[in-house]
Design a protein around this ligand. Sequence first.
Ligand code: GLU
Length: 552
Amino acid sequence: MDYQKLAQLLFPDLQLTPEDIEKRYPPRNLPEGAKVTRIAPSPTGFMHLGNLFSAIISERLAHQSNGVFFLRIEDTDLKRAVEGGVETIINVFHRFGLNFDEGATIDGDKGDYGPYRQRQRAEIYHVFAKELVLRGMAYPCFCTEEELAAMRETQQEKKLNFGYYGEWAKCRNLTLEEIESSLKAGKPYVLRFRSPGNPEHRIKHRDLVKGDMELPENDQDIVLLKSDGIPTYHFAHIIDDHFMGTTHVVRGEEWLATLNIHLQLFLTMGWKAPKYIHTAQLMKMDGESKRKLSKRKDPELALDFYHAEGYPVESVLEYLMTLLNSNFEEWRMANPTAPMNDFQFTTNKMSNSGSLFDVDKLQDVSKNTISMMTADQVYDHVITWAKQYDEQLYRLLTEDEAKAKAIFAIGRGGSKPRKDFAIWKEVKDYLAFFYDELFVPAGADSYPENVSKEDCLAVLNGYLEGYDPADDNSQWFDKVRALGESLGYAGKPKDYKKNPEQYKGHVGDVSGVIRLAVTGRTNSPDMYCVMEVLGRKTMEERIHQAMGILKG
Ligand code: GLU
């Protein structure tokens, strides 16, 4: 076969050579040990936890080693690409604070190793496709869908491996004349790789997470260029990772199945393959058994879910890091307030079997993360969220910023900060009673059973009479205690427990009555602080309203 002629037939207008491309992408000038990583999503419009998982690992590996972290858009599969998909990718990663040094941006590209969108790199792929044709390692295949389906059927009947390989690879043996006449007839074709592999042979591979493994050599004549000239993922990404200088590829373990193809292509091209980190699938418990997170069943798989629910980005990252590195939690205990990036992430501490994703655990982590924030930080987060998702909450909080911040300051800052909410969506319910517009008074039957209606009224009356805004927290509480004692309630719960028959109840019941009247709830943050934020007027109005409800 005259490969020169074949190459000329298939790529008549292509002038560029591999050397031209090599010149365009000189090796990167980076310090010893610097890692170059990328994330390479397809613009499908759906961003999921797996994307974020890989991105965190890639970002950490690059930035911990003074390397480069870049974004490449893999848009070769037009069927999967959606309008606005690239913007979604960029915005989501930006929101999660993952900053790319290079790559696709909203209004173009940043960096010297672009273009960073595969569809803009068509010519580069063609140069190397042509190179493989010249070497006799690639050939056009004119098989139709029907022919391929029939072939598959026969393979199934004969219980053979599926695919285009060995004797099944019909177009491998076409003559130049046959090819020429098919081309002349305008028959569509794909360009296939002429695989030199033999599946009886094994190749050794060391994955940084999965460890050492042996893979069968690939013998499939995989498609390099589709009939529209667009490359497949297999072909495009090895060319990109080579020229963009990727040192570590982090991707989901579903790619292990075709890793032998990728390693074979690197070898054929004479390029050094990057190191691989194939991450385990995210699993969840479903009843007694574990299963993969599913797009259809599990809203928590989608990254949009976290935004809409109002999970702070910090919480999600913090939780994912506990899944990613087994020693992270221990580090966090020893360094409760340190920025997460002070933690030394390592692939050695990654689990090589599926990580269990647990929304309840994420909620706990998030409560904790939020409890460490200042009132100002909480305020900023909540209004940012509410602006998009809850107009009323946004208005209430911004109309009186000082009041909102005073609410968020309650129980914050000490050694045991309050942990009232895990997501911003829960904030409205938490603070509703501070706002007349949202306040729901307690019904008469919500009051403690052991406190008679008369006593409830006496507590509320007595409380109003004794109230002095100048009292500090302990003076305030002493008065409530004294009020209860005068009505036959123990001043201390433990006295009541010792001699329950001597009392009607204890001071907790008495303050509970006040709490119910003022907040409408049996649970609230420290009442003294609540009163301070509400102010005397509102407090009095609420107590009068409660007395009205109690009187019926
Ligand atoms: N485009 C591939 C995907 O979206 C990326 C795989 C890779 O990182 O190489 O799954």
